[in-house]
Structures are given as C-alpha cells and as structure tokens.
Write a protein that binds this ligand. Structure first.
Ligand code: PEP
Ligand code: MN
Length: 280
C-alpha cells in the first residue's frame, strides 16, 4: 500500500483545478477548432452541465496531407475569448512542434489569460523526444501525454520520463487504444484494462479516450452508444479523466465527425459517467 498523502503530494493544480489519482474530469469538446459558432455551441453546452474542462485542437496531425490541418495560431484569440466567456478553465490542445507552445503562450497572454491550456502530445508524437523535452522544460502548462499506438507501454512510460526529467511533473497519461493486426472492429483495440496498471506503476493521473479507441458513433445492441459503454469501462477501471469528442453538427465537422457524439448526448454522457463513478 500507498497512502493517500503520497498521492496527494504528487497531484498538481492548474488554473484552479486539481489533478491526481483520485480526481475526475471530463475533457469534452471538438476534435478540431472549426467555426466560432460550433465552438460557442460546445462551450455553452458544457456550461449547462457544469463542466469547465474541454478539448479541441488548432494544430492537427492528419494521416492524409489533403485533410484539414487545423486553423493554427489564427483561431487562438477567439477560441480563448469564447472559453473565458463560458467559464472553461482548461482546454486540452495538441501541439506538434515546439513553436506551438510559444504561440499558445503568447496568445493566452495577449487575451489576458481568460482560460488555461493543457498541452496534448498525440499518439503520433509519442516518441518525438525533442518535442517531449520541449513540453518538459516549460513549466507553464500541464501535459496530456497520449500513449503511443504501436509501442510498448513501457516505452510510453519512458516517454513521460522525458517530460518529467526536464522538470515538468504536471503530466496526465492518456490511454487511447492501440493498433493490432488482428482486424479489430474498432479503430483501435481498447486498452482501458491498463488504467490500474499505469496507476500502479506511476503516480500519474490516468485519462481514457473512448473516442479514438472506438472510432465510430454507433449504437450497441442495447441502444446505448458504444462510446458510452467503453467510457464507462474506463471509469470502472479507475480513470481520472475522460477525453471525448462531441460536435454540434458531426456531419459538418472538419475532423473526426463520424466519431463525435452530439450535444444532445452530452448531459446523458456526463450523468452516466457520474453514476458509474459513484457506483465504483
Ligand atoms: C486527438 O485527440 O484528436 C488525437 C489526434 O488523438 P491521438 O493522438 O490519440 O490520435
Ligand atoms: Mn480526433
């Protein structure tokens, strides 16, 4: 046994929120920042359910070079302003190169810090050691590290050491499914049974990403969304956060529309996760 005091000593605070192996947050939002109307609808829906953590990328690492690559720096001023307007305290946002950290910092400052940002390291950069050192050596922003989809768990944990050894210990470890060659029905093989494993091996809060694990919006035979089922499995396993994609009009989304849940589903999702968490 570990003691609660040990765990608490290893948690971190950011922009008024606390993260550790006992805390629970839902980072719900768009895959990518698209229009101010859609972003505002998202933040408004979050405020209605009392959630102050969101997700959405301005810099998108796409598999296909002809796909939408994200609006980049130019959307940050209005994104941060809208976040502040709806009381969003932290936006998880991917960075794919070092300069993005600076751009986010400068635009947050310029906007008067209406919100906060958690820097997301995507699965495609899970072993981009220079990027890991860059997010590790800045002390401003916490980091949401997404497990590499095709490397060992040990290698992903080692990547987190790159961040921590540079001085930044504000890290959340995110499971998001892994690739197999077994013809999985889902986008990735869901790896949420590893939540307690990572919590045992490290003192990091552990997040699950049901959206990129499942990769499709589809009802299970019982009528519930598969993404709800899988997210609940993560919560049962002890997840400290959920990263999940929603969109006011999934069919119009510029990125990952087919896996986005709708805003009508948001209150049900939040309520279900709270019930499951209380039950376990
Ligand atoms: C994302 O969160 O939108 C994303 C691209 O995730 P991943 O890096 O896990 O594919
Ligand atoms: Mn996505």
């Amino acid at each position: 046994g570990r003691h609660r005091e040990d765990l608490e000593a290893l948690g971190f605070e950011y922009n008024g929120l606390y993260f550790d192996q006992d805390s629970f947050h839902i980072f719900a939002g768009l895959c990518a920042v698209d229009t101010p109307e859609n972003v505002e609808a998202m933040f408004q829906a979050l405020r209605q359910v009392g959630i102050t953590t969101s997700r959405m990328g301005a810099y998108k690492p796409r598999t296909n070079p002809y796909s939408f690559q994200g609006h980049g720096r130019k959307c940050l001023p209005w994104l941060f302003e809208l976040a502040g307007k709806y009381g969003i305290r932290v936006i998880a946002m991917e960075v794919t190169k070092e300069i993005h950290i600076e751009e986010i910092y400068e635009e947050l400052e310029r906007a008067g810090r209406p919100t906060g940002v958690m820097l997301q390291i995507g699965t495609r950069n899970a072993q981009n050691f220079e990027l890991l050192k860059a997010v590790g050596s800045q002390q401003e922003f916490p980091v949401l590290y997404k497990r590499g989809m095709g490397i060992t768990l040990e290698e992903s944990l080692n990547a987190c050491e790159y961040i921590a050894s540079e001085g930044n210990r504000k890290i959340i470890f995110c499971l998001r499914g892994v690739k197999t060659n077994l013809g999985d029905p889902h986008r990735n093989l869901v790896d949420f049974a590893h939540v307690p494993v990572v919590k045992g091996l490290t003192r990091l809060p552990v997040c699950v990403d049901p959206t990129h694990s499942v990769g499709r919006r589809q009802q299970a035979p019982d009528g519930l969304q598969e993404i709800f089922h899988i997210a609940a499995q993560g919560v049962i396993s002890g997840a400290n956060a959920i990263l999940v994609e929603f969109h006011p009009r999934p069919e119009e989304a510029l990125c990952d529309g087919p896996q986005a849940l709708t805003l009508e589903e948001l209150p049900h999702f939040v309520e279900d996760m709270r019930i499951v968490r209380e039950a376990y």
